[in-house]
Structures are given as structure tokens and as C-alpha cells.
Design a protein around this ligand. Structure first.
Ligand code: FE2
Length: 230
């Protein structure tokens, strides 16, 4: 949770990443590797998680770290190297998942590969936790040193503007349940004030689907009524 009064570039998406990686780890550990349906569901979950991780690293490289490099040359190198290493780990997991889901793979072999996949996901999760903590504690301080909050929010706007709506909705499905009620309300109040009403409604539908009923009701009751001044 960001305890600084300054704008944080990382805490919101990183809570979403911690959410979907913990779900992925749980599923890989509890999967029935003799059941094609369970394997297909795990494959879908893994591919979505890898897509979100790749996209996240890409926008960090292209928008945040490249802006930091312009003002403090060399400052983004450590995170960019992390992104390269994580990308390689993710590719290996995707290939392993592909082999598990291949109908030609024998049932005994899928169980062995499944155990390897579970270990690999654990190691990837551990690497991401360390990498995110570094970005939140070290990279964020560099960003605060070299950018105003207004500039950091402009970078954030460029990131959001670079994403297709379907991808944004996937992010919201993991980000919203991972926020504290206050953080969630602040995020959604900002969306309500800045996004087209139809898109805000789509995000509220994602919130309704992914939040516990009580948490959703609390959020909906705290937001300004549609059409009212924020
Ligand atoms: Fe990163």
C-alpha cells in the first residue's frame, strides 16, 4: 500500500499482479493433470497471466523506464534486465503448458510436467515479488526525484491510453479485488470522472462479478450517482 503522499506509479497494477499470480499458483498446485478440462482451464489462466505480465513489462520499458532514462541515464537498466529475465522464464512455462495440454502427451508424463510447471510458477512468482518490491521502493524514489506528480500522472495516462479496452477490463478484474476499500473507491471515482459513461459501466460490471457482494455494495453506495457532479 502506498503510504507516501506522492503519486505511486506501481502499487495499483502490482496488487493486481500479486492477485493473479497467487490464483495461478493455487490452480497449478491443485490441478488434476489427468483431466483435459482442468488442464485447458489452467492453460487459459496461465496464458492470460503471461499476456498481462508481458504487456505490463512492455509499457514499463517503453513509457516509464524510457522517460526515467532520459533524465537519469542508467537508472532503468536494472529493471529492464529483470524484465528480460522474467520474459525468458515466462516463455519456458508457456512451452511446458503447451506440452501438458498436447493430447499426444501420455497421462503419466502430464503429471510429471505438471509438477515441474508448479515449481516453475513458484519461482516466477518469487522473482516477480522481488522485482515489484524493487520497483516500488527503489525505482519509485528515482521517479519522485526526477518527475513531479503531474508528470507521473501524465505517464500513467499514456499507459492507460496505450491499452485496448478488453485488456483494460482484464486488468480491472484483478486490480479491483486486490485494493483496500478506500483505494478502490478512489480509483473508481477517478474513472467515473474521466472515462465515458458506457466504459465506466463496463468496469462496474467487472467489479460486480469479481468483488464479494458486500464490498461491491459498499463501493456502489459510495460513488456519486450517475450524472451527478463528482
Ligand atoms: Fe517491472
Amino acid at each position: 500500500m502506498n503510504q507516501s503522499p506522492r503519486f505511486s506509479s506501481f502499487t495499483t497494477p502490482h496488487k493486481g499482479i500479486r492477485n493473479f499470480l497467487s490464483q495461478l499458483s493455487m490452480h497449478a498446485g491443485s490441478c488434476d493433470y489427468s483431466d483435459p478440462q482442468d488442464i485447458a482451464a489452467l492453460k487459459e489462466r496461465l496464458e492470460e497471466a503471461m499476456e498481462l505480465l508481458e504487456e505490463h513489462a512492455q509499457v514499463e520499458n517503453d513509457i516509464i523506464l524510457s522517460a526515467l532514462e532520459e533524465r537519469a541515464p542508467g537508472s532503468g537498466a536494472h529493471d529492464q534486465e529483470d524484465h528480460r529475465r522474467l520474459h525468458q522464464m515466462q516463455d519456458i512455462l508457456l512451452a511446458k503448458m503447451h506440452d501438458i495440454a498436447n493430447p499426444a502427451t501420455r497421462p503419466g508424463e502430464t503429471a510429471r510436467l505438471g509438477a515441474e510447471l508448479y515449481q516453475g510458477i513458484s519461482l516466477l512468482f518469487a522473482e516477480h515479488l522481488e522485482h515489484m518490491a524493487e520497483e516500488e521502493n527503489v525505482t519509485q524514489k528515482l521517479l519522485w526525484e526526477h518527475f513531479s506528480d503531474h508528470e507521473l500522472m501524465q505517464l500513467q495516462g499514456r499507459i492507460i491510453g496505450s491499452m485496448k479496452p478488453e485488456l483494460l477490463l482484464k486488468w480491472w478484474s484483478y486490480i479491483l479485488p486486490a485494493q483496500s476499500p478506500m483505494e478502490r473507491l478512489k480509483l473508481m471515482a477517478n474513472v467515473q470522472a474521466s472515462a465515458p459513461a458506457a466504459f465506466f459501466e463496463q468496469i462496474m460490471a467487472v467489479a460486480r462479478k469479481n468483488l464479494p457482494e458486500q464490498a461491491f455494495n459498499k463501493l456502489a453506495a459510495s460513488l456519486a450517482p450517475e450524472g451527478a457532479e463528482a
